[in-house]
Design a protein around this ligand. Structure first.
Ligand code: NDP
Ligand code: OXD
Length: 309
């Protein structure tokens, strides 16, 4: 009987019970194994405590509870020979699309602006644009970026996507490379960041990129705080280059109480909830990965350590 260690910090018992339903022939447990225990080929982890992974005997596969795995690579906790499968499931993709489109549409139709006017009992219609008159640039065209971009296309926005391999999204224009980045963001009304955090993508949202957007643009960050040069972001907001920023992720989380972003009048922030992991969809996906592994099939969503995602 193969063993699965569910080391989730959330509600491991709930997740373990879902695994037992999906994989009844496996032994699923939630307490760290002891020295001398039988081998445990599978571990399910988000942010493991230091030393946890090394303490598991006979580990063969690390199943990440997150889509972003930069913390697992940076910690050096996962030995090089161990494959890591990152989480890709429709719960994450649907959640992220809701969050991104929610912010984009609210900004596009001035909803927060009218809410402020309402508080002042002020009747002041603004010039309203059509979606087709707006350009959206989505950085990252992977599991999350491609789906969000597809929604923007369906809403009629002029949509651009930027990725490493110039990934195609139907109805959107594709860009790649550093030159492609400047072309993708030039004149964009809405910039959406859905990149993984790697050595190449760190600080990608900086004064160059923000300065290339249309005046008064919206920036939406659902990926990682390390993608953004915070000083450049605040300068763009204060200078009016950006009219608003919707931020779900930060360099330090929880965001420290004295961080200026908390009280910035042009920032809408949320506590890293854009696309939370949903136990049911995540376990279904991870159980299927285990089945594939045991059938000797190629695994999807394996982390490429050289690329960092
Ligand atoms: P994917 O790996 O599926 O997609 C990543 C995309 O980024 C791909 O299109 C990839 O290009 C592109 N990319 C990677 N490196 C570069 C580069 N150097 N230059 C240009 N493009 C690049 O990731 P997901 O869509 O699943 O997730 C994206 C990120 O979202 C996660 O890494 C995580 O940080 C964040 N996230 C945030 C959540 C939240 O709640 N706020 C929840 C879940 C995820 P290519 O297609 O060529 O490979
Ligand atoms: C993720 C996240 O990467 O929760 O899945 O941010």
């Amino acid at each position: 009987m193969k063993r699965i260690f569910v080391a989730s910090r959330g509600d491991p018992e709930h997740m373990a019970s879902l695994f037992r339903t999906q994989l009844p022939e496996h032994e699923v447990f939630t307490q760290a194994p002891q020295r001398g225990d039988a081998p445990v080929p599978y571990i399910v982890v988000g942010r493991p405590a230091p030393g946890l992974i090394a303490s598991v005997p006979g580990l063969e596969l690390v199943l990440s509870l997150n889509a972003g795995i930069e913390h697992l690579l940076a910690s050096g906790e996962v030995p090089d020979h161990l494959p890591i499968v990152r989480l890709v499931d429709d719960g994450l993709a649907d959640g992220m699309s809701d969050w991104v489109l929610g912010h984009a549409l609210a900004w596009h139709r001035n909803l927060a602006f009218y809410k402020d006017l309402q508080a002042k009992r002020e009747w002041s219609p603004q010039p309203e644009k059509l979606a087709r008159e707006r350009i959206v640039a989505v950085l990252g065209a992977g599991a999350l970026g491609a789906q969000a971009a597809g929604h923007f296309v369906r809403f009629g926005f002029q949509t651009r996507v930027w990725s490493r391999s110039c990934r195609q999204v139907e109805g959107a224009k594709s860009f790649a490379g550093r030159d492609g980045l400047q072309a993708a963001v030039a004149g964009a009304d809405i910039l959406v960041n859905l990149l993984p955090l790697t050595a190449e993508t760190a600080n990608v949202v900086n004064a160059n990129v923000l300065g290339a957007l249309a005046p008064g643009a919206l920036f939406i960050n659902g990926a990682r705080g390390g993608h953004v040069v915070d000083g450049d972001l605040i300068a763009a907001l204060d200078g009016g280059g950006l009219s608003s920023a919707a931020l779900d992720v930060f360099r330090t989380e929880p965001l420290p109480a004295d961080d200026p972003l908390w009280s910035h009048p042009r920032v809408l922030l949320s506590p890293h909830v854009a696309a939370p992991t949903h136990a049911r969809t995540a376990v279904a996906e991870m159980a299927e990965t285990i089945r594939r592994y045991e059938r000797g099939e190629k695994l999807p969503h394996l982390v490429d350590r050289a690329l960092g995602y």
